[in-house]
Design a protein around this ligand. Structure first.
Ligand code: SAM
Length: 665
């Protein structure tokens, strides 16, 4: 059995039979058609994946499961004469031709009709006939048909097609009020004037364009709506589509990134596995092909530092006793996607001899007041015990609050308790003054202590200002993250390049969102202001699926359903694109190209959804949506129509894994 035959057999077993498709005639027919002969040559390796694939004229070859489902719904017998509307690649026509006497197939794009006709003939199908025409009008010369299948979604069931059904004939067609979501209907002709209709469930097809399809209707709708209708099509044309993350071709993305020094990778939620996995995939390529050495993430410095020790094969700081990422929300970093990525980083570093070419893992966030204080003191204990004693007294100002630093902010505002600002700044300045002495012994350890001392100073300010004005503390935090990034870049040298992983709300330029009206800035904005086009900002989005999130701050992780996106959102526009996963470049493009037109239409502000560690579907509009201008916010947008929750690391889920350090659960 050749490789394709083996994949075909697997596809039938796992994608069709496993989903309850038990029509043996249909399964045998699918088993007889070489799908690899119907997909573009550069996508042959994906021929047996469970997804539609792009073909010429911006159309798609349908997902195998859908072809089998529709074929089965036609209730075919060997003597039947069948009409197909939407030949596309000709694949479904071949499946039909394996079962019935004659197949008549109509395609509106000449290039597709011609290619499919030749292909079917080369494969030896003598009972298929392909016509280049508007299929919504049927094929009157060959009517009536025992079965009619329409492979594109229309606004209604075309009357002409119903009339071309034989009595007892079946018509299967996706019908929907919007361009890309439909219900699959089966219409049965009972008598001359009687039809029976059944709903077979939700589906998503490219639009049926023609006299009884969308174009006929579109003539009557206002221009703005027409532009709206074509936006998903323009996005389809200007984006790069992929089925699985592992197979996504990132070469064009790497070209667009060019010589950028910073690549910022966002996420639309803190709990969707695809975002982590795609960021890992992109980061690996940036490390291997473009020499990136810094991975800076929205996590606390000491936690990330343990990962950094691990990936360099040095022992972790023995004085940090708690497992990293132990504070809420643990799943944000202690999850299987991150674990896999850190294992990759470790194996990569093992292959790279020179330390400055190895990848390092750094935390940008400032929520580790307690462990950062501990880390500074531990460092001073070993290099300068006398200073350590003084620092211990100074940090003592904060010690009542380290387990609940928010409380420090609340008492600071009442002025009933001494503020600790000067104490923490003194320690930082003391450390910096002795930089030369200390770092002579071990520059890496000094840098770690310095960053922890900076973190304590930023965290003190962050909590102290928390209750004055909200944006103030947000800005403190993002400024701290950006400053930490710059310190890391300076430490790693003038040639160093960094990938940053953080939520979209930190990564997309804040000036293009509602945040700016509140006076809020973020890492994306600061990076753009300082590095210009040498900062490449990538946002991520999704429509529906599951997400790991809590219902309130500090609450347990739950796996929640993500609601389908709001009708006025960017997410809805992307959901209406005839591809499930894609990379959409958003920088200015050549005039009149689909990318330039898509960009133009996307510039106008729409809603965008942000899910953090908390997700409240019941108040979704107020809690999670804000207005933004996507092309001003990001240089590129990566779309996963459906996402699944990250899998947190628990004793249960890691018990069979040989090497679980550094997560130490
Ligand atoms: N059955 C195809 C296959 O196996 O490759 C996939 C079909 S694709 C999902 C839908 C096709 O319908 C597209 O090729 C599109 O051009 C075609 N189409 C849309 N409206 C049409 C119409 N009015 N008449 C004929 N073809 C149409």
């Amino acid at each position: 059995m050749n490789e394709f035959a083996r994949l075909r057999k697997q596809m039938i077993e796992y994608q069709l039979a496993a989903r309850g498709l038990d029509d043996k005639t249909v399964l045998d027919a699918v088993g007889a058609v070489p799908r690899e002969a119907f997909v573009p040559t550069d996508l042959v390796e994906f021929a047996y994946q469970d997804s539609p694939l792009p073909i010429a004229a911006s159309q798609t070859i349908s997902q195998p499961y859908i072809v089998a489902l529709m074929t089965s719904a036609l209730e075919l017998t060997p003597e039947d004469r069948v009409l197909e509307v939407g030949t596309g690649s000709g694949y479904a026509a071949a499946v039909l031709a394996e079962i019935v006497d004659e197949v008549y197939s109509i395609e509106r794009h000449k290039i597709l009709a011609d290619t499919a006709r030749n292909r079917l003939s080369e494969l030896g199908y003598k009972n298929t006939h392909v016509l280049h025409a508007d299929g919504t009008l049927g094929w009157p010369e060959q009517a009536p048909f025992d079965a009619i299948v329409v492979a594109a979604g229309g606004p209604e069931v075309p009357a002409t097609l119903k009339q071309q059904l034989a009595i007892g004939g079946r018509l299967v067609i996706p019908v929907g009020a919007t361009l890309h979501t439909q219900k699959l209907l089966r219409v049965r002709r009972i008598s001359e004037h009687e039809y029976q209709q059944e709903d077979l469930g939700g589906v998503r097809f490219v639009p049926l364009i023609g006299a009884a399809g969308w174009e006929g209707e579109a003539a009557d709708i206002p221009a703005a709506k027409k532009a709206e209708a074509s936006l998903p099509e323009l996005i389809y044309q200007s984006s790069e589509h992929f089925g699985f993350i592992d197979h996504a071709n990132l070469d064009n993305l790497l070209d667009r990134i060019g010589d950028s020094r910073l690549v910022l990778l966002g996420e639309a939620s803190h709990g969707s596995a695809e975002f982590y996995e795609m960021r890992a995939r992109i980061t690996q390529e940036l490390i291997e092909k473009k020499g990136f050495t810094v991975i800076a993430v929205e996590a606390d410095w000491p936690d990330a530092n343990r990962i950094d020790h691990y990936i360099h094969d040095t022992s972790p700081d023995p004085l940090l006793e708690s497992a990293p990422f132990a504070r809420f929300p643990t799943w944000m970093w202690a999850n299987h996607s991150v674990l896999e990525f850190t294992h990759w980083l470790k194996s990569y570093n093992e292959k790279v001899a020179s330390a400055d070419k190895q990848a390092g893992f750094y935390g940008l966030d400032l929520y580790s007041l307690g462990s950062s204080i501990e880390s500074v003191l531990n460092y001073l204990d070993t290099v300068d015990p006398e200073t350590a004693e003084v620092a211990r007294v100074r940090y003592g100002c904060l010690s009542p609050w380290t387990s609940d630093p928010g409380l420090y902010g609340r008492v600071a505002i009442t002025k009933q308790y001494r503020e600790c600002e000067q104490d923490v700044l003194d320690i930082l300045q003391g450390l910096l003054k002795k930089r030369l002495d200390y770092s002579l012994a071990d520059g890496e350890r000094f840098f770690n202590a310095e960053q922890n001392a900076r973190l304590v100073a930023s965290a003190e300010r962050y909590y102290r200002t928390m209750y004055y004005a909200e944006n103030n503390s947000w800005n403190q935090r993002d400024q701290h993250m950006f400053d930490t990034l710059k310190s890391v870049l300076a430490f790693r040298g003038p040639e160093s390049k960094a990938v940053i992983w953080a939520h979209n709300s930190h990564i997309g330029d804040a000036r293009a969102t509602q945040m700016s009206a509140r006076g809020e800035l973020n890492i994306g904005q600061l990076a753009r202001q300082e590095y210009g086009d040498a900062a490449y900002l990538i946002g991520f989005g999704t429509d529906h699926g599951t997400v790991a999130a809590a219902s309130e701050w500090g609450g347990p992780m739950e796996t929640k359903q993500v609601q389908p996106s709001h009708i006025d959102s960017y997410e809805r526009v992307c959901h209406n694109v005839a591809s499930d996963n894609f990379l959409l470049p958003l920088r200015r493009a050549q005039q009149a190209s689909p990318q330039a037109m898509a960009r133009e239409l996307l510039l106008e502000e729409r809603l965008e959804r942000a899910i953090g560690v908390i997700y409240r579907p019941d108040t979704e509009m107020q809690s999670h949506y804000f207005y933004a201008s996507l092309p001003n916010q990001f240089d590129e947008y990566i779309w996963f129509d459906e996402t699944r929750a990250v899998e947190p690391l628990t004793r249960e889920t890691i018990k069979d894994m040989p090497d679980t350090f550094p997560f130490g659960l």
